[in-house]
Design a protein around this ligand. Structure first.
Ligand code: HEC
Length: 104
């Protein structure tokens, strides 16, 4: 029984580390996932960013906004009825990378 338990831990540890390190690195892909998620930033309205900005529509000029993170938080607090994100958080940085990737 004890052996089995140790084996479980050994199998589980790398998995935990992998998901932790994945969490730490913001990426465009992560941003795209969050953008399309109705659970992003504690959203409670059943909406995702993509509900109103499908495929990132009309956001390609948003990148010139000097307070883009603030605008994203406005849309989180307002339409998503979620919890605003810290500007340095992995989630916010990923969303910003995603929006930047739409730049034409
Ligand atoms: C209920 C609809 C709705 C939802 C959901 C929504 N937005 Fe918005 N968003 C708007 C409206 C309306 C505006 C302001 C008018 C405009 O710029 O088109 C806006 C503006 C923006 C802008 C500024 C655009 C610019 O050109 O400067 C950004 C960036 C943005 N939203 C990102 C997001 C993100 C990220 C999410 C998800 C967290 C989100 N929005 C969710 C409706 C929504």
């Amino acid at each position: 029984m004890k052996k089995y338990f140790m084996l479980m831990i050994l199998l589980f540890v790398p998995f935990v580390f992998k998901s932790v390190s994945a969490e730490e690195n913001p990426s465009i892909e992560k941003g795209m996932q969050l953008f399309n998620s109705t659970l992003f930033a504690g959203a409670t309205s059943g909406k995702s960013c993509a509900s109103c900005h499908p495929g990132g529509a009309d956001l390609q000029f948003a990148w010139v906004n000097p307070n883009l993170a603030g605008q994203v938080n406005n849309c989180i607090i307002g339409p998503l009825r979620g919890v605003p994100l810290d500007e340095d958080s992995m989630e916010m940085q990923s969303i910003l990378l995603y929006i930047q990737s739409l730049k034409q």
